[in-house]
Design a protein around this ligand. Structure first.
Ligand code: GUN
Ligand code: FE
Length: 455
């Protein structure tokens, strides 16, 4: 297979983080991609095969030469995002979680009953995320089956890798009449319908789009719904995504209703699997961490959203050191940026604030939580490999047989904030500068499964 002519060969400098905390630089490398979008070979500059691969790609007209100042990076994984909240991104950030849900978010999400509005919003969302280099997104949809199947079709047509769930919410005590499943049965049937729809999308063979069972969070769901969803998970073996121990209100609500914490409750019900993504999880303790680890479930850390809705910072370093799988999420619109690079910056920043503390009136030694920081290499690993591991996808690094999901970053774009000094900046410096200063105009090309989805 690997000797078949490559459909694309890219010659240039590759930057990725296959090992946690380490940047690997492959200068002048050749990456060959098969016609079905997999990486056939990654050939370093000093390999004896390099000249031959280079000249045959040149002859075949399949060669793309990166210019100086251009770098190929793995595509970014957004492990937690609310697709319907796209029109709300960048506003309504000043209320507590429950008021924000009831007054702002549920009324917006209810509008996706209108399929034309849904189409307009979801097309704009997927285009914008691809332009920001997000090659994989784990999306919460709405309660509506039609709008959520449409989101799946749009992601598939535009070539974005996606995990998509119809949101389940049937608890009449927590969900308004204008926005909830018509009944528990309707919510469960709708979930099955979405899964069946996605599983039947034509040309979704090596799946680009995958379904997820998506209880919004325990407060939104009756126990009957949660158990019914667990049954669906056991039948289909699909992904699960939900919010876990996000805020004081939500964490306490679950303790009051179930007499235990979110993690224990989800586990008892059968919703913690190796394919479960728990958004936020700010308030999990050591016991929760060991349960999450034992079930091989993952956490989507959403650093920007933590500042607005969690009133606390997820103990990321502790989770990573405990062996939990963790990736990064934008949590649009709980987080106000669609860019995973911005969320890398924020993850680093909030980890530093957690480590040092933020109250200047406290003594320095009491102010923070020691050993909480992460650095840019670790943040980038979460944005690529961490997200991939959480979803069980062969993406996030340049490696033979992995999917070719990549972004071409151009540091030489006029009018951008990214300024590289050839003689001063090491490759690690360049990756750090990309994280801090690259914007969408620096993201020149984007490929998903070998298909150029943005030129
Ligand atoms: N908890 C339940 N629903 C939501 C939501 O839409 N956003 C966030 N951040 N938390 C939630
Ligand atoms: Fe969320």
């Amino acid at each position: 297979m690997h000797d078949a002519p490559a459909a694309i060969v890219i010659h240039g400098t590759l930057l990725h983080t296959p090992v946690f905390g380490e940047v690997e630089v492959l200068a002048g490398a050749l990456i060959s991609v098969t016609s079905d979008g997999r990486i056939a070979t990654v050939c370093p500059q000093n390999s004896p095969r390099h000249p031959e691969i280079l000249s045959s790609a040149r002859e075949a007209g399949t060669l793309t030469e990166l210019r100086p100042g251009q770098y190929l990076l793995p595509g970014f994984v957004d492990l937690h995002i609310h697709a319907p909240q796209w029109p709300q991104m960048g506003k309504a950030l000043e209320m507590p979680l429950n008021e924000w849900l009831q007054q702002r978010t549920f009324p917006l999400e209810a509008k996706y009953d209108d399929i034309d509005f849904a189409r307009q919003s979801y097309e704009s969302l997927v285009d914008n995320l691809l332009a920001n280099g997000t090659t994989t997104a784990a999306y919460f949809g709405t309660v509506h089956v039609a709008a959520t199947t449409l989101l799946a079709d749009i992601a598939h047509d535009k070539g974005q890798r996606a995990i998509i769930g119809k949101v389940a919410m049937d608890n009449i005590d927590e969900c308004p009449e204008f926005y909830r499943d018509n009944s528990t049965t309707a919510g469960l049937d709708g979930t099955r319908e979405l899964i069946e729809h996605i599983n039947a999308i034509p040309n979704n063979g090596r799946p680009l789009v995958l379904p997820a069972v998506t209880p919004r969070f325990i407060p939104s769901c009756t126990d009957e719904m949660l158990h019914g969803l667990a049954q669906i998970v056991s039948e289909y073996g699909c992904h699960v995504q939900t919010h876990c121990s996000e805020s004081d209100w939500e964490h306490q609500y679950v303790i009051d209703r179930h007499g235990m914490k979110d993690t224990q409750s989800l586990d008892r019900i059968g919703l913690l699997t190796g394919k479960t993504i728990l958004a936020h999880s700010n308030l999990i303790d050591d016991e929760d961490m060991s349960t999450i680890k034992a079930r091989a479930s993952s956490v989507a850390h959403c650093p920007l959203s933590n500042l607005y809705f969690s009133h606390s910072v997820f103990p990321l370093r502790k989770a990573l050191d405990s062996g939990l799988k963790v990736g990064l999420g934008t949590d649009i619109s709980g987080g106000p940026s669609p860019s995973i690079l911005h969320n890398c910056q924020s993850a680093i920043g909030v980890s530093r604030a957690l480590e040092d503390g933020v109250n200047p009136r406290m003594a320095a030694d009491d102010r923070g939580t020691p050993e909480s920081r992460i650095d840019f290499r670790e943040a980038f690993w979460m944005a690529t490999v961490g997200g991939a591991n959480a979803l069980g996808l062969k993406v996030g690094q340049f490696r033979q047989d992995f999917e070719f999901d990549a972004v071409l970053v151009d540091t030489g774009v006029a009018g951008s904030n990214l300024v590289v000094w050839e003689n001063l900046d090491s490759p690690d410096d360049i990756l750090q500068k990309i994280i801090y200063n690259a914007d969408r105009q620096n993201i020149k090309n984007v490929w998903v499964q070998g298909r150029q989805v943005r030129a």
